[in-house]
Design a binder for this molecule. Structure first.
Ligand code: SF4
Length: 179
C-alpha cells in the first residue's frame, strides 16, 4: 500500500484481501506426534493465538493454513494430501518440528516421509524437537508477512525456513556488533 498524498492511501484489491486474510487465519491443526502438544499449547489461553486473529478450525473446507506438527508416517501421506486438496485457495502450510520438516530423529526410516514438503507445498519450516510455542507464533507471524509480501509482488515467494532466517539474523547481528 502506498501513500499517494497526505491522508490518502492507495492499494490493490489483492493487497486488501491479503491484509484481511493474514489477520484472520483459520488453522487446520494436523497433530501427528509429540510436536502436536506444543501446537495445542500455542492455541490455548497462555499463548492465546486468537490475539493474532488465528483460530483453530476442525474442517479443511474453511481453513486457510494447515499446521503439520509431528512425524509424517507414510500411511498418513494420502490423508494429508486429501485434506490439503479439500482446503479452498489460497492456502498455506506450516511444517512444525524437525520430523515434519525433514524426518527428524526418524531420518531415512523405512516408514517415515522425509518432510511433509514431499507431499504438499510448505510455506514456513519451523525447526526444533519440539519447537516451543513461541517458535510457532514466530512462524505464524512470518507467514502473515509472507502473505502480504506475495500479494504486493504478485507471486508466491520461496518458503521461509526459520532455522536459516535465524542464522542470517544472527550473522547480521554479529556483523553489526563487531562494527
Ligand atoms: S520433532 Fe521431536 S518432538 Fe516433534 S514429533 Fe518429532 S520427535 Fe516428536
Amino acid at each position: 500500500m502506498k501513500s499517494a498524498a497526505p491522508g490518502v492511501v492507495t492499494s490493490t484489491v489483492d493487497q486488501l484481501a491479503a491484509l484481511g486474510r493474514s489477520n484472520s487465519l483459520w488453522t487446520l491443526t494436523f497433530g501427528l506426534a509429540c510436536c502436536a502438544i506444543e501446537m495445542i499449547s500455542t492455541h490455548m489461553a497462555h499463548h492465546d493465538l486468537d490475539r493474532f486473529g488465528v483460530v483453530t478450525w476442525p474442517s479443511p473446507r474453511q481453513s486457510d493454513v494447515m499446521i503439520v506438527a509431528g512425524t509424517v508416517v507414510k500411511k498418513m501421506a494420502e490423508p494429508i494430501k486429501l485434506l490439503y486438496e479439500q482446503m479452498p485457495d489460497p492456502k498455506w502450510v506450516i511444517a512444525m518440528g524437525t520430523c515434519a520438516t525433514s524426518g527428524g530423529p526418524y531420518y531415512r526410516s523405512y516408514s517415515v516421509v522425509m518432510g511433509v514438503d514431499h507431499l504438499v507445498p510448505v510455506d514456513v519450516f519451523i525447526p526444533g524437537c519440539p519447537p516451543r510455542p513461541e517458535a510457532l507464533m514466530d512462524g505464524i507471524m512470518k507467514l502473515q508477512e509472507k502473505i502480504k509480501f506475495d500479494a504486493k509482488n504478485g507471486y508466491r515467494s520461496a518458503p521461509i525456513n526459520l532455522e536459516t532466517a535465524t542464522e542470517l539474523e544472527n550473522e547480521a547481528h554479529d556483523r553489526t556488533s563487531n562494527g
